[in-house]
Design a protein. Structure first.
Length: 287
């Protein structure tokens, strides 16, 4: 089967375990570029084994890393992935059709199916996870934020139906290891926005997040994994706002690599630039 004239961008940091399945799921794309933040594991060897392009670029933030990488790509259509995501066969067929038709839309939302601790999460707000990841080159750019970066699309958007599988945190240790970095960057974004430490936010926002995810978004239907996710989400919110009571860290402390993405909201078709929030389980938990 001929390769599709599509550029796939994957940003990585120590993703040797996740990367093989991700690369295998896009083996039909003509260009796959891995932009790494200085991994110390076998990520580079895995990328080369699958014939992917490999560039090491110093990490400042997820948005800046992607914005730097986008001009390096050579095809007219771009697909942005995280290493813990896999393109299903149905989604691959849809993407092939989009690239071949080259129709009036300039970007497409992908329907993401997420797994937490090995369990599929069907509620908790993750059941409405549509993310803008496929777009024409030159029509999309991420805004400059430490976390929750927004992708602005200059043009019209559509939606594809095939699943983008997201195998997020496999263990609690993985979640907690990343939690510190996410909340530090979230607090840095709050400071940049002029937010100050607030006892009210510390007391009210965490239980509000738990109630929203567990009760209003039916997280209880996801059983023990749902309860764990909602509880960790509330704690993540508490920790982000608690960090505002700390002295502001040095800039370098907030630019460590190693964060990926997850569930967020759905925007409708648009003719003006569309800002799309992109989150991860910890990011969703800490907003």
């Amino acid at each position: 089967m001929s390769r599709v004239p599509l550029s796939v961008l994957i940003t990585t940091y120590n993703e040797a375990e996740n990367l093989p399945a991700c690369l295998e799921s896009v083996g039909w794309a003509d260009e796959v570029l891995v932009v790494d933040s200085g991994s110390t594991d076998a990520t580079a060897a895995v990328a080369r084994q699958f014939g992917a392009g490999w560039i090491v670029h110093p990490y400042e933030s997820a948005a800046r890393q992607k914005n730097w990488a986008l001009p390096q790509l050579r095809h007219a259509w771009v697909l942005v992935l995280d290493a813990d995501e896999r393109v299903s066969a149905e989604l691959a067929a849809e993407i092939r059709a989009v690239v071949a038709a080259d129709g009036p839309q300039d970007g497409y939302y992908l329907q993401r199916t997420s797994f937490f601790l090995g369990h599929r999460i069907r509620h908790c707000g993750w059941d409405r996870d549509a993310i803008l990841r496929l777009f024409r080159a030159g029509r999309g750019r991420y805004d400059d934020r430490m976390v929750h970066e927004l992708l602005a699309l200059d043009g019209r958007s559509g939606t594809l139906r095939g699943a983008l599988f997201h195998y997020t945190y496999r263990t609690l240790a993985d979640y907690l290891e990343r939690l510190g970095r996410y909340t530090a960057r979230g607090a840095a974004d709050l400071r940049r926005a002029g937010k100050r430490a607030s006892l009210g936010a510390l007391l009210l926002r965490p239980p509000a997040r738990f109630c929203r995810m567990y009760f209003l978004q039916h997280g209880w239907l996801d059983g023990i994994p749902g309860l764990m996710l909602c509880t960790l989400a509330a704690f993540s919110v508490w920790l982000k706002y608690a960090r505002l009571f700390e002295p502001a860290p040095a800039a370098a402390d907030a630019t460590l690599p190693g964060l990926a993405s997850a569930p967020q909201g759905l925007d409708s078709n648009a003719t003006q630039p569309v800002a799309v929030r992109r989150t991860t389980p910890v990011e969703e938990a800490s907003s």
